[in-house]
Design a protein around this ligand. Structure first.
Ligand code: SAM
Ligand code: SF4
Length: 456
């Protein structure tokens, strides 16, 4: 048994699982391909061409936090004062107005997500103002889903009540790790009791769908410490768990320079941590979803997986299969049927554009027909670890010529790790860690000079 495991580890090492870097493929083409050629005029055309009878997704970015955790790679800034948050929110409300001027009248939103940063930095009044502004211009469908990212150290009953009044249906709670030594090393202190209190408040308010973010690959994590964290997670019993690999990218996220790199686990140890945490969650009854999610079997994500309906977007795995996501706020990314566009990333630039009465769209990329086919192949790999040619043929009416070269490459380089049949291919169960590398084989823009996060 031990020799089989060692052999498997050597194979994974040879293929680069422990040290290769690859995109997380939350979009295709990835953000590396964005240029200034695609911006405001593209966005105006894309908005006005949206079909009125198809609902859209809306993402709102709140780039403020009261604390700045050292490990965090999100686009956010620290503030202890309420005034920059309130004036930023005025701009988001003005942006909703500007975007709505180009939208077909009566278009609806069926998925809304507030992320950050920390949306729970908003006061109850601001939560209500933002909800009302959005509802006025892009009203919700009756059964709309509305999820919010919540920092348990920056929330109280009044904020949760305001969010529930606003229609919140799902909360995503940041935890990362419960071990004190690890928390100190990543500059994020958060007791078990604080997290529990937050969950109790949410459950009392009847927010039944809860997600929890946990990280592996953090400094000082050991097999014992991560299993202890998982034990505490299980006691709190969230419906979904995102088990993200810590992305150490200090050249992009400068605050990560505060993290002691010598205390980070190496690639193989990291992968071992993920395997044991995942196994513990599966033993407790959670279903693995894609590369880094777990859900209770009754959760809508687990049910969607059964039917091959899991999709991938900028927020990660989702049951949302809409063609359009309108991103609002600094740095947020919109997805249209024919392209991706990112808003000005710096809050100051975003505010200046909105003050000038302009859309904040700043850079993006058009999606060609071939991109769409390849993007779907990559999405299938990331979501289902398998590609079904019959589904592709049905969706695209294509002869699949554009993926032929990549298939030949996989048959040669990943022999033994992928099972091919006449109607598609499946990644061998024990080799699922290769998913990002296998997806990369289809990426026509793949650029090894671009520095992405570690694969495992
Ligand atoms: C916007 S934050 C969470 C919401 C809230 N601000 C909080 O801290 O609780 C979203 C999530 O991104 C993940 N994240 C942030 N930086 C990361 C990194 N460097 N590598 C992997 N995941 C990261 C964390 O799991 C975090 O909970
Ligand atoms: S993890 Fe959350 S609270 Fe910490 S810096 Fe990132 S967004 Fe802010």
């Amino acid at each position: 048994m031990l020799s089989v495991l060692m052999e498997q580890n050597t194979e994974l090492a040879r293929l680069g699982v422990y040290n290769a870097r690859a995109p997380r493929y939350t979009s295709y083409p990835t953000a590396v391909q964005f240029t200034n050629d695609v911006g405001q005029s593209f966005t105006k055309d894309a908005l006005s061409a949206l079909p009125i009878d198809k609902p859209v997704s809306v993402y709102i970015h709140i780039p403020f936090c009261e604390r700045l955790c050292w490990f965090c790679a999100c686009r956010t800034q620290g503030t202890k004062s309420a005034s920059p948050v309130a004036s930023y929110l005025d701009k988001v409300i003005a942006e909703i107005d500007l975007v709505a001027q180009h939208l077909p009248k009566g278009i609806k939103a069926s998925h809304i997500h507030w992320g950050g940063g920390t949306p729970t930095i908003l006061t109850p009044d601001l939560i209500t103002s933002l909800t009302d502004a959005l509802e006025q211009k892009i009203p919700r469908t009756k059964d709309a889903e509305f999820s919010v990212e919540i920092d348990p150290t920056l929330v109280d009953q009044a904020k949760i009540d305001a969010l529930v009044d606003a229609g919140m249906t799902r909360a995503s709670i940041g935890v990362q790790d419960f071990e004190l030594k690890v928390q100190k090393a990543i500059g994020r202190m958060q007791s078990y009791e604080t997290t529990q209190e937050c969950i109790d408040m949410l459950r009392r308010a009847n927010v039944s769908s809860l997600n929890m973010d946990i990280l592996y690959g953090l400094p000082y994590q050991t097999q014992d410490s991560v299993l202890d964290t998982i034990q505490k997670v299980l006691e709190l019993s969230p419906d979904r768990i995102a088990l993200f690999g810590y992305a150490h990218v200090p050249w992009m996220a400068k605050r990560q320079q505060l993290i002691d790199e010598h205390a980070l686990p190496n690639g193989e140890t990291r992968y071992g941590l993920f395997r044991s945490m995942g196994a513990e969650l599966e033993t407790a009854g959670y279903v693995p979803i894609g590369i880094d999610h777990f859900a209770k079997p009754t959760d809508s994500m687990a049910l969607a997986q059964k039917n091959g309906q899991i999709r991938r977007n900028f927020q990660g795995y989702t049951t949302d299969n809409l063609d359009t996501m309108i991103g609002l706020g600094a740095s947020s990314i919109s997805k249209y049927p024919n392209g991706y566009v990112q808003n000005a990333a710096k809050s100051s630039e975003y505010i200046a554009m909105i003050n000038a009465g302009e859309l904040a769209a700043s850079r993006g990329v058009k999606i060609t027909y071939e991109d769409r086919i390849i993007g779907r192949v990559i999405e299938m790999i990331m979501c289902d670890f398998a590609v079904d040619y019959t589904v592709l043929q049905r969706e695209f009416d294509t002869n699949l010529r554009c993926i032929a070269q990549s298939l030949l490459y996989l048959q040669k380089e990943f022999k033994g790790f992928i099972e091919f049949s006449k109607t598609g291919f499946t990644i061998t169960h024990s080799k699922r860690a290769l998913a990002r590398l296998i997806a990369k084989a289809f990426d026509q823009y793949s650029d090894d000079k671009a520095i992405f996060s570690a694969v495992s």
